[in-house]
Design a binder for this molecule. Structure first.
Ligand code: S3P
Length: 427
């Protein structure tokens, strides 16, 4: 249980944020497929990425910590080995979906499980295209829930053309990883661009990829050539809480250092900007194909906006934080096309409506796949449930801090993506 008191006065100073979760996962997976040692700095040692570390170790990679850095040595693209036990992806959809893609073409058997939340999440979306490419994967019931078993591949997977029904970087990445081992190129067509960290990192490892509009084609590879170092930028999804809180708290002026500003992830900057936030993007630099910058944010008055469509994949994980901003804005915010929120770590659409309304009654509602936020209503102290979802916990915490305080039933779930979140909030 955690009680957050209202924050008086604005936020000031410089903020460091943890490394990007998506890029940290990919740095472990791809480095395990090279045959030299890669030093990863600013790796996010959150529970999700540690699930990936454990799974990749079970698949034969050598992974060790050296101070703040992680050293990974693989046995080459074709050097993975059969795990001796079931692989546990914990709470992590990224671990599970990407590794299903990686294991589908292997000549050995793999079985996956995960925690209560992950065992409920739909996996058919990734098993279907992998099966189409020739893999044999079995899950529980028609949603292909965990536990899932990948049978040994008896021949090479086929290169396929796959039109994804939903924009999902996890499904795309699974197909890209499987495509490395296929007998011909694999093409994935997305309905809207999702985060492209896998493509960027694969290119940095020497894989051949071609992009045209929303189609991405990967060519089979004999080997990957690992870079000596990968420097992970800060996670914009973690920066989101400070971007929102500093904006809505009067008298704030903060700089968030070294934030990843890959175009496929910066929807929150565009939307908060449209709402009237003052966010300056400073010192933009590029490292390992990924852009990073410092973000300076000063408090400002917000107004409601409407958005949806191609914007959604660019800010899908930031919607709970954006909904908090919208509750402090003048007027109504309408966020369309957010059905995917229903299949995140919890049903985030229901969680936002049920839990956020405890702080600001009659503010949040859902109609079909839209979230509607009527801003400017009265806020109260409330006891809220995080539903063991890290992004719900952090969004509720900043909501309470900017309102009349909040009591959270469980705060431990922030370990998934931002282990020292409360230290930073309460400092
Ligand atoms: C992620 C992709 C997104 C995102 C998740 C991380 C990734 O999920 O919500 O937190 O690292 O590829 P989907 O692929 O389901 O959209």
């Amino acid at each position: 249980m955690k009680k957050i008191l209202p924050l008086t006065g604005g936020m000031r100073g410089d903020f460091e944020i943890p490394g990007d979760k998506s890029i940290s996962h990919r740095s472990i997976i791809l480095s395990s497929l090279g045959d030299s040692t890669v030093e990863v700095s600013n790796f996010l040692a959150g529970a999700d990425c540690l699930s990936t570390v454990d799974c990749m170790k079970s698949l034969g990679a050598k992974i060790e910590r050296s101070g703040e850095k992680i050293l990974i040595t693989g046995n080459g693209l074709h050097g993975l080995c059969e795990p001796e036990n079931i692989l546990d992806a914990g709470n992590s959809g990224t671990t599970l979906r990407l590794l299903l893609g990686l294991c589908a073409p292997q000549k050995f058997l793999t079985t996956f499980t995960g925690d209560d939340s992950l065992r409920r999440r739909p996996m058919a979306r990734v098993i279907k295209p992998l099966t189409q490419a020739g893999a044999s994967i079995f899950g529980r019931n028609s949603n292909k829930n965990l536990p899932i078993t990948v049978l040994p591949a008896t021949k090479r997977l086929r290169g396929i053309n796959y039109q994804m029904p939903v924009a999902s970087a996890q499904v795309k990445s699974a197909m890209l990883l499987a495509g490395l081992y296929a007998d011909s190129p694999t093409t994935i067509i997305e309905p809207a661009p999702s985060r492209d960290h896998t493509e960027k990192m694969l290119a940095a490892f020497g894989a051949r990829l071609e992009r045209s509009n929303n189609a991405i084609k990967i060519f089979p590879a004999e080997k990957l050539i690992a870079p000596e170092k990968i420097s992970v930028p800060g996670d914009i999804s973690s920066a989101a809480y400070w971007l929102v809180l500093a904006t809505i708290l009067d008298g704030s002026d903060v700089t968030i250092k070294n934030v990843g500003v890959n175009e496929t992830r910066t929807g929150i900057l565009d939307v908060l900007g449209d709402m009237g936030a003052k966010i300056e993007i400073c010192s933009v630099r590029t490292s390992g194909g990924e852009r990073a910058a410092d973000l300076r944010v000063v408090s400002s008055k917000l107004h409601g906006v409407e958005f949806g469509g191609e914007m959604i994949p660019r800010l899908i994980d930031e919607i709970p934080a954006i909904a908090v901003a919208a509750a402090f804005a003048d007027g109504t915010t309408i966020i369309r096309d957010v059905g995917e929120l229903r299949v995140k770590e919890t049903d985030r659409l229901a969680a936002i409506v049920d839990e956020f309304n405890k702080i600001s009654p009659e503010t949040f509602s859902a109609t079909g796949d839209s979230l509607i936020v009527r801003g400017g209503r009265e806020k109260f102290f409330a006891a809220c449930k995080t539903r063991a979802d890290h992004r719900m916990a952090m969004s509720l915490a900043i909501f309470g801090a900017a309102a009349k305080g909040v009591e959270l039933d469980d705060d431990s779930c922030v370990k998934i993506s931002y282990p020292n979140f409360f230290d930073t909030l309460l400092k």
